[in-house]
Design a protein around this ligand. Sequence first.
Ligand code: KIV
Ligand code: NA
Length: 275
Amino acid sequence: MRTTTDFQKMKQEHDKIVMLTAYDFPSAKLAEQAGVDVILVGDSLGMVVLGYDSTVSVTMEDMVHHGKAVKRGAIDTHIIVDMPFMSYHLSIKDTLLNGTRLIQETGANAVKVEGADEVVAHIKALTRAGIPVCAHLGLTPQSVGVLGGYKVQGKSAAAANKLIEDAKKCEEAGAFMLVLECVPKQLAKAISQSLSIPTIGIGAGAETDGQVLVYHDILMYGVERLPKFAKQYTNLNVEIQKGIEHYISEVKQKSFPSDPHSFMMKEEEMLGLYG
Ligand code: KIV
Ligand code: NA
């Protein structure tokens, strides 16, 4: 399993870090078998597998439940679990209790939090207490209401400079990694060069130290439309739909189950069956 030191080394050696989300046992198992460097139990699970409108509905219970399943499927992969909406804001004590719960109950390696400003003190407290923290800047979906939608961040010089400062503050507070979501590629490059910790981009161009995408997006699994930054590598929707339709038609036509999928009684027992 990769450690935070390994991720640091990968940045120095320009070895791209590949992160993928996973939300349950089978997705985690397949991500590990394929060889991803790190799995993120993203609170995007609220939208992707629970059908909510945003990540704001996701609770600590949801993250613990899914985090446990992911760990069971990927025991040898570094796992980061998102701290959900409002679980790292109320007080440092609440943050530490929630961070502890996520690490202890799921067996994950680290947590992820969105934002800088007031959140910086919480990154510092978690790190000092021994919980590794991945920061997340740019488009921070838990703040979608305040941001006024899912929009690219840091497009003006002023906004870009604020993001560079925020990134430095996250690093100084002890974050071991930084996710940059939906920022211009030039800005993502500048931030990646100015930090010593690795940056992981999503909609942030190719010059971050790694990339992250959502499992169901790259596989086109249960999603209808992809954001501009995501890429479809296969289409499970088509395969799954075909498989289910084939099952329905075989049952209707009575061609399933045939003998190879049925259990048999011995002839002599058959005699007794009808008395
Ligand atoms: O929840 C999530 O999947 C994320 C990634 C998109 C970075 O936070
Ligand atoms: Na998230």
